[in-house]
Design a protein around this ligand. Structure first.
Ligand code: NDP
Ligand code: GDR
Length: 336
């Protein structure tokens, strides 16, 4: 049985990836952070009590900012594959906490790579790189050879992690890959990212729980795909004959405004009556246009996205509507 170690298992991608790997017969180890409130909601469906014999999902405490925890986990788990998904992943927030973002999203990767090197083990390594590394538009569509020009502390930290992964591949012959993933969303997307913020608000406005939705820049363009499709590409990279870096994207781009229209149309609400612009959601430097060319992943890995933009937005709005209705029914006195 293969063993996979996932940092960021409690996040959107970590939850989909762990389900996918468990279904493939892997034993999955996930690094979780100690938190005063419950942070394992997304993996509730696959959680197994530590007392269950022969269970295949194991959660271990650790942190990308704590090298000794990483060393210990590497030594005790001895994984065959490592997926480094842990990060301070919010671009806007990275302007508020730039140094911390650099620690986790940048230096966290070298701590993990050094733990691998010092362990003497030879696990395959996946680094969650990002289209935010392209930043300022230098080429359209963006592909593996497009130069990086990050526009945020987050993007700059990801560029460091990208290059240190390439360096460890070349210096130590490590099987290390960068997946340069464009935005990918799902009903499990964090609630402060724009798609989920919109779909949740659309559902709540429809049900009369909320009236206003405050947003920032509506003109930015993103290449949005479905997280469930994208995590498969991570695994496929680690099964290839040799390690390499791949862009994962849909090849289609939409403005935030288009996404907003589609989501509100789904619940038959006029967004113009509810959306207000709040400057605080603007970034000091914005990434105006992202559109990826995933041709290399298609040719070499056989990867293609399955879920299109309209289907993705519908899936997210419907899930939020169902969840909000359930919450409402839970608090309302039951009708006799
Ligand atoms: P999320 O923000 O949903 O999840 C981030 C995960 O990282 C959480 O499990 C979080 O734990 C964990 N984490 C945060 N800080 C630390 C730390 N110091 N030590 C260990 N773990 C930590 O991100 P996504 O699932 O959306 O993204 C996964 C990865 O892919 C991230 O690295 C992100 O930057 C990158 N990426 C994402 C894209 C997207 O569109 N979703 C596109 C391209 C790249 P906790 O739950 O405790 O906060
Ligand atoms: P992004 O995602 O920055 O692309 O990073 P986000 O959803 O935060 O922003 C997308 C675009 O929407 C605009 N926007 C707003 N964004 C947020 N969060 N909140 C708002 O109210 C709002 N209004 C407008 C933004 O300005 C931006 O242009 C995501 C993260 O998952 C990263 O970790 C990942 O690396 C990249 O995608 C690829």
């Amino acid at each position: 049985m293969k063993k996979a170690l996932i940092t960021g298992i409690t996040g959107q991608d970590g939850s989909y990836l762990s389900e996918f790997l468990l279904a493939k017969g892997y034993e999955v180890y996930g690094i979780i952070r100690r938190s005063s409130s419950f942070n394992t909601g997304r993996i509730e469906g696959i959680y197994e009590d530590p007392h269950v014999p022969h269970r295949r999902l194991h959660l271990v405490y650790g942190d990308l900012n704590d090298a000794s925890s990483l060393n210990h986990i590497l030594r005790t788990v001895q994984p065959d594959e490592i997926y480094n998904l842990g990060a301070q992943s919010h671009v806007r927030v990275s302007f508020d906490i730039p140094e911390y973002t650099g620690e986790v999203t940048g230096l966290g990767t070298i701590r993990l790579l050094e733990a691998i090197r010092e362990s003497g083990l030879r696990p395959k390594f996946y680094q969650a790189s990002s289209s935010e590394m392209f930043g300022k538009v230098l080429e359209v569509p963006q592909r593996e050879t497009t130069p990086f020009y990050p526009r945020s502390p987050y993007g700059a930290a990801k560029v460091y992690s990208y290059w240190i992964t390439v360096n460890y591949r070349e210096a130590y012959n490590l099987f290390a890959c960068n997946g340069i993933l464009f935005n990918h969303e799902s009903p499990r997307r964090g609630e402060t990212f724009v798609t989920r913020k919109i779909t949740k608000a659309a559902a709540r406005i429809k049900l009369g729980i909320q009236h206003d939705l405050f947003l920032g820049n509506l003109e930015a363009k993103r290449d949005w795909g479905f997280a469930g499709d994208y995590i498969q590409a991570m695994w496929m990279m680690l099964q290839a004959k040799s390690p390499d870096d791949y862009v994962i994207a849909t090849g289609e781009t939409h403005t935030v405004r288009e996404m907003l229209e589609l989501a509100f149309d789904r619940v038959s609400v006029d967004w113009k009556k509810h959306v207000k612009i709040d400057e605080k959601y603007y970034r000091p430097t914005e990434v105006d246009l992202l559109i990826g060319d995933a041709g290399k992943a298609k040719r070499e890995l056989g990867w293609e996205p399955k879920v299109g933009f309209d289907e993705l937005v519908a899936m997210m709005v419907d899930a939020d509507l169902a969840a909000e209705k359930e919450r409402l029914e839970g608090v309302r006195p039951r009708k006799q």
